[in-house]
Structure formats: C-alpha cells, structure tokens
Ligand binder design. Structure first.
Ligand code: C5P
Length: 222
C-alpha cells in the first residue's frame, strides 16, 4: 500500500448520531482533508443485501466495493432505518470487514495530492484503520439526544418514523456495535473524549480546532 508522507490523519470513533459526521465534515473542510464516513460503506453493502438478496455473495460484494466511488455513498437511500439496522448486522462479519478494510486504508493513507490529509469516522478507526492517526477522538452524546437528532434528520428526509422507533433502533445498534467480537466500538486510551450533548455544532468544532491547531503549531505544521 502506498502511504503519503507528512499528511494529517484524523481518526474519529463514535456511536450512531453522536455528531461525529458533522464534526468530521467541518474539520475536513477547514484543514482541507479527504473525508470518509466509513459507516456509509457498511450501509452501501447493507443496501445491496436488502435489494439483491439472491445475488449477494462474496464475489458480488467484492466487485461492488471495487467500483465504489465516494459519490455513491451520498445516496439518500442509505439513510433509511432498515438499512441502518442491516448495516449493524453485516458489519459483524469478518469477511465483510476485510473487504471494507483495504478500501478504507487507501483513503486514510493515500488521499489525492490536493488534500493535506484525511479524516475518517466510524467504529474502529482509532485502533484498527488508522492506529497511528495524529488526532484521535471519541465523540459521544446521551442516547435521547442522539435519537432526537437522528429523528429530526429522518423527518427532514420525509421518512415515516416515530421518535420511539428511532430510539429503539439506536439502542439496538449500540448493543450490536459495542458487544460484537470483531472491531467493536470502543474508546481507546489515546482518544480524546468529546461529549456533544450540550454542545452546538460550532462550539464542538471550535473546541477541536483549538486542540488541533495547538499540536500543529508545536510541530511546525501551521
Ligand atoms: O456510522 P453509521 O451509523 O452510518 O454506521 C452504520 C453501521 O455500520 C454501524 O451501526 C456499525 O455497525 C457499522 N460500522 C462499523 N464500522 C465502522 C463504521 C460503521 O461497523 N467503521
């Protein structure tokens, strides 16, 4: 694998709807980093499993991932509640994680030259995908806040779902993600804990920016 030297690598892990994606996007824009929402890859696979149950096998999956472009991950179809839940089931499987793993490494370590580095968010980014990241964060928020945020997001997309259904689904996904044997969601010792429950998007961004700027300044990167 090609590894670009002197790039900034940001790794973020978080449970669902904790605000990691929003934070990662704003950091990526500010520091000119390639952003990859790794959950979307699992959602992409889950979507194909639901849509093509008879075709869904290892070869089908490999070819889909091989031709996968970042823009394919922007599809609104990937945001539905059943895709979310299926994603948390298929992501427990070793063979699926293996295929997704190499796809992610390329983004993390070899972003196109126009970027100063990369920023990935997911469940195992800080310890499995980019263990040598320059910045590691574990972003969380209380479960009711997360459910409310996701509920509002789904409502904006005109999805027919109640707050209680969203809450239940997030609880189930947390259970799956935290308790699975392979690559469970966890906070590593070297990740900084960010609780976004009472933070606005802007306050959260500024808090992290301050931390990043300080380290970049010390290392002479600013
Ligand atoms: O982040 P998001 O909620 O879109 O992720 C969907 C699902 O994909 C998660 O519930 C989790 O099971 C899985 N996932 C994972 N590893 C990652 C990112 C997501 O297992 N790095």
């Amino acid at each position: 694998m090609i590894k670009r030297k002197n790039i900034i690598k940001v790794a973020i892990d978080s449970p669902a709807a904790a605000g990691a994606g929003t934070l990662a996007k704003s950091l990526s824009k500010h520091y000119n980093l390639l952003y990859l929402d790794t959950g979307k890859i699992y959602r992409f696979i889950a979507y194909h499993k639901i849509k093509f149950p008879n075709k869904f096998n290892q070869n089908f999956l490999k070819s889909k991932i091989k031709s996968l472009k970042i823009k394919d991950l922007a599809s609104k179809k990937l945001l539905s509640n059943n895709v979310s839940y299926e994603a948390s089931l298929i992501s427990k499987k070793k063979n699926i994680r293996k295929i997704v793993h190499s796809f992610q490494l390329n983004f993390a370590y070899n972003p196109p030259k126009k970027y100063k580095g990369s920023c990935l968010d997911g469940r195992d980014i800080t310890y499995k995908i980019i263990p040598d990241a320059d910045f590691k964060f574990y972003v969380t928020a209380n479960i009711k806040t997360r459910a409310l945020r996701r509920f509002k997001e789904l409502k904006r997309l005109n999805k027919k779902i109640s707050y209680n259904e969203v809450l239940k689904s997030i609880k189930n996904r947390d259970k799956n993600d935290l308790n699975r044997k392979i690559s469970p969601l966890k906070k590593t010792k070297d990740s900084l804990l960010i609780n976004t429950t009472n933070l606005t998007k802007r306050a959260c961004f500024l808090k992290i920016k301050k931390i990043i700027d300080k380290k970049l300044e010390i290392n002479g990167n600013l």
